[in-house]
Design a protein around this ligand. Structure first.
Ligand code: FE2
Length: 332
């Protein structure tokens, strides 16, 4: 009887089994998107939210017994780390390959970007003229001594920026650059990207390195103090005359343990649908990954820019080297 039951269950898998998503993203708009996905497909979505490292550790510990079907996290380097730990399975989807530009996804189809963000400079226009700004590299020049703010190198965004510097300029040059930045910092790294902007607005420094959507979050904050911070600052996209501004993604992959990978792929495909892509710029101030997507009003306000087209898989490949050099440079 028991074996008969198992046979029946395996012959008729339930169509409406819930997908479990492990997500580092904590946006209500994601929740609404998943609800829309359920309306369209009849597939319920269960979200488990935690910090990225916690999710990775949990996936590792659970192994093939994990209930997770999809992993969502920010930064290509984290997705690459999940792949290195053998937690993701390759996905065959022509739609994903067509919609997500090659540099924003894994060459082995283990993860796909579904939003983009740029790591930019914000500056105080009373103390900096935009003509003084040019590249990430130029921030290491002595003229910026005591005028620069950036968060800790324990943060993956800076590790990925450093990885990009290694890819673009080589490890020696990247190390010299990081040393120059450390020498120019107005204070030892502390706080978040938003804290760096708050400090520049307060006059603690003149330029900060931050992700674009954090500026969007300040500009649209429910707190007037944060909106005032954003009003005082200007945005600058570095390296426009060269390789372009460093970008990164939020991305998703199907877990190796998933027992319903086809439905999981459906969810990934939904995330790059025109409908989902239109919501991200408005809801989270991230950029669409779709080629030729129109800029939102806010993004048009910041200005169109040339994004670095370096394959983001290189950020993961160079993460260990980046961390080592950041430590060597004394970037806390
Ligand atoms: Fe972030």
């Amino acid at each position: 009887m028991y074996s008969f039951l198992i046979l029946v269950l395996s012959l008729f898998p339930l169509a409406a089994n819930a997908l479990t998503v492990y997500s580092y993203r904590h946006y209500e708009s994601d929740q609404r998107l998943f609800e829309l996905f359920t309306q369209k497909t009849g597939i319920p979505v269960k979200i488990v939210k935690a910090k990225a490292d916690t999710l990775l550790e949990r996936l590792k510990a659970e192994g093939m017994n994990s209930n997770a079907d999809v992993l969502i996290t920010s930064d290509a380097s984290r997705l690459a780390a999940a792949d290195r730990a053998d937690l993701l399975q390759p996905v065959e989807s022509l739609l994903l390959r067509e919609r997500v530009p090659a540099h924003l996804r894994d060459p082995d189809n283990k993860w796909f970007g579904f939003t983009q963000r740029a790591r930019v400079l914000v500056y105080h226009p009373d103390r900096v003229r935009p003509s003084e700004l040019s590249t990430y590299e130029a921030l290491a020049e002595p003229k910026w001594r005591g005028r620069l703010l950036v968060r800790s190198s324990s943060n993956v965004y800076n590790q990925s920026l450093m990885a990009a510097m290694i890819v673009a300029n080589g490890p020696e040059s990247a190390l010299a650059w990081a040393r120059g930045l450390v020498a120019n910092m107005a204070r030892p790294p502390q706080g978040s990207d938003r804290d760096q902007m708050r400090a520049v607005a307060k006059g603690l420094a003149d330029v900060a390195i931050v992700n674009t959507y954090y500026l969007g979050l300040l500009q649209n904050s429910s707190l007037s103090a944060d909106r005032e911070v954003a009003e005082k600052l200007k945005i600058f996209f570095p390296n426009q005359a060269g390789r372009g501004t460093h970008i990164n993604i939020s991305g998703a992959g199907v877990t190796k343990s998933s027992r319903q990978p086809e439905q999981a792929v459906q969810l990934l495909e939904f995330l790059v649908s025109a409908q989902a892509q239109a919501t991200f710029p408005a809801a989270t101030y991230e950029y669409s990954v779709l080629k030729d997507a129109p800029l939102s009003k806010l993004h048009a306000n910041w200005g169109a820019f040339k994004a670095d087209s370096m394959p983001l898989s290189l950020l993961g490949e160079n993460n260990v080297a980046a961390v080592k050099l950041l430590n060597k440079a004394g970037w806390r």
